[in-house]
Design a protein around this ligand. Structure first.
Ligand code: NAP
Ligand code: F7E
Length: 344
């Protein structure tokens, strides 16, 4: 049985990845932060009492700020694969907390790489890189496009990217970078724009909210469906050689288009509900991200099936249901068609 360690297991991607690895027979270990309230909602459906027999998901307290615990966990578990997804992942927040973001998202990666190197364990390592690293580099962006980061978060991810390359080349660690374009789902954090929109419109539909306050509506992103991206992470670690790969849909849409699609699907006019609040603007934003994922298509045979309008429908339906309303139903059909289930 293969053993995997996931940092960030309580996050959007970590929860889908844990699901995928458990379904493939792995023993999965997740790093979680101690909090005064539960932060494990996204993995509750996977968790079983460790006293039961046949349990394959185990959680360990730790923090990316603390190398002692990372070293302990790696040394004692001896994982076959490490998926490093833990991060302060919010771009807007990184402008307010640049030093903290550098510590957790940047140095956290170095702490983990160094713990792995010192342990002498031959685990395969995945670094969660981001399309934000491209910043204002010309689109479409691919593995050879130079990084031009436009936020503390992005600069920190560039640092983590090159540290991963450095450990691969300098110490022959089996380490690779995924450069993932935005991927969303009903489990997306509530303060990222897609989820903020789908939750906001569900609250408006339910009569609990009148207005939705947003920032820059002109930014364009390449938005895909998160469960397909964690499959791509797994594929990267199954290759003969460690390499870096871009994952994205090859389609780009503005925040305004997301609003039109989401509100239109729910039978609402976004212009009647959305107001601009400059507090959500960033000192520097990224205008246009568009993936050229042809390397992943050729070498990993990875291509996402869920397209933009389908992603919007999945998210709107899930948030309508969560708000106690009847889903419109197209999102459910998409999931059943592609995955045989209405899983969220
Ligand atoms: P997310 O939902 O924000 O999850 C982040 C995870 O990191 C959570 O489990 C969080 O724990 C954990 N974490 C935060 N600070 C930590 C610390 N100090 N020590 C240990 N764990 C900590 O992010 P995501 O969307 O799943 O993204 C996963 C990774 O991919 C991140 O590295 C992100 O930067 C990167 N990425 C995301 C996208 C995207 O579109 N989603 C695209 C490219 C790259 P809590 O639950 O306790 O907060
Ligand atoms: O913003 C604009 C905002 O915060 C998208 C993270 O997962 O993907 C994510 O980063 C766009 C930006 O995602 C609001 O200015 C307008 O142009 O949803 P977001 P992001 O910044 O692209 C990358 C790939 C990551 O790696 C990150 O970890 O939407 N926008 N109005 C807004 N954004 C937010 N959050 N809130 C607004 O009200």
């Amino acid at each position: 049985m293969k053993r995997a360690l996931i940092t960030g297991v309580t996050g959007q991607d970590g929860s889908y990845l844990a699901e995928l690895l458990l379904s493939r027979g792995y023993e999965v270990h997740g790093l979680i932060r101690r909090a005064s309230t539960f932060n494990t909602q996204r993995i509750e459906h996977l968790y079983r009492d460790p006293h039961e027999s046949g349990v394959r998901l185990f959680l360990h307290y730790g923090d990316l700020a603390n190398s002692e615990q990372l070293t302990n966990i790696i040394y004692n578990l001896k994982p076959d694969e490490i998926y490093h997804l833990g991060a302060q992942s919010h771009v807007r927040v990184s402008f307010e907390m640049p030093e903290y973001t550098g510590d957790i998202t940047g140095l956290g990666t170095t702490r983990l790489l160094e713990a792995l190197r010192r342990s002498g364990i031959k685990a395969r390592f995945y670094q969660a890189g981001s399309s934000e690293m491209y910043g204002d580099a010309p689109a479409p962006q691919h593995e050879g496009t130079p990084f031009r980061p436009r936020s503390p978060y992005a600069a920190t991810k560039v640092y983590a990217h090159w540290m991963t390359v450095g450990y691969r080349e300098g110490y022959t660690l089996w380490a690779c970078n995924g450069i993932l374009f935005n991927h969303e789902s009903p489990r997306r954090g509530e303060t990222f724009v897609t989820r903020k929109i789908t939750m906001g419109l569900a609250a408006i539909k339910a009569g609990r909210q009148q207005k939705l306050y947003l920032g820059n509506l002109d930014a364009k992103r390449d938005w895909g469906y998160a469960p397909e991206y964690v499959e791509g992470m797994w594929l990267m670690l199954q290759q003969d050689e460690p390499q870096d790969y871009v994952l994205g849909t090859g389609e780009t849409h503005s925040v305004k288009e997301f609003l039109t699609e989401a509100f239109g699907y729910a039978g609402l006019d976004w212009q009647e509900h959305v107001e601009i609040d400059p507090r959500y603007f960033r000192p520097t934003d990224v205008d246009l991200l568009l993936a050229d994922a042809s390397k992943a298509k050729q070498q990993l045979h990875w291509s996402p099936r869920v397209r933009f309008p389908e992603l919007v429908r999945i998210m709107v339906d899930a948030d309508l249901e969560a708000a106690g309303l009847k889903p419109i139903g197209e999102g459910k059909k998409v999931l059943e068609r592609y995955f045989g289930t209405w899983h969220r």
